[in-house]
Write a protein that binds this ligand. Sequence first.
Ligand code: ZN
Length: 194
Amino acid sequence: MFISKLQLHLFPENPETTLPQNELINALASMAFMGDAENKADHQGKRFLTGEKFLSHLCFLGCSPDIEFLPNSEDPDSPYIYIEIPETHPIPQFTSGVNVKAPRCSECKKELTGLATFLKEADSICKPDKAHCQHCNSVLAMDRLNWRRTAYSSRTRIIIHNIYESEAVPDDLLLDQLYKLTQSKWKYAFIRIT
Ligand SMILES: [Zn+2]
């Protein structure tokens, strides 16, 4: 089974916002953004094929890409786009990949290097809401940091696999629908696993 390392994540702006996994699945299926579930659920959540209206809600930028929407029966490692809806987590999870861009301190403008690694390794029930700048010692509110679309914290998320960084973005209608479901604005980030 093809496992993608290039991911587009959609998530509520408020890290505490939550939506039951089934409600999110039903909503995306009724928009035809998402199609059938794949046979094998992987360990992180449920995998789905893209739906008929997938391309109406995800805008590909630049020159027309070569997109595959179905697994290749002769080559199980051949890349294609699929959607994963992980289970809702009891508390916000910090997510970043190898492409993470360290946020800058709002005071001295230097990069907060090492913060992503710290947050990933921090005890999950003891996530700090403040960060210290190692350059000027300023205390910064964690939820004000700008990860430049490469990291976020959330309990609920949609993961679209096999999307290159900045290759595609969700359209306003999809973001509006997600807002209506959760009463929270949704944002997106590009996460590369290796
Ligand atoms: Zn600073």
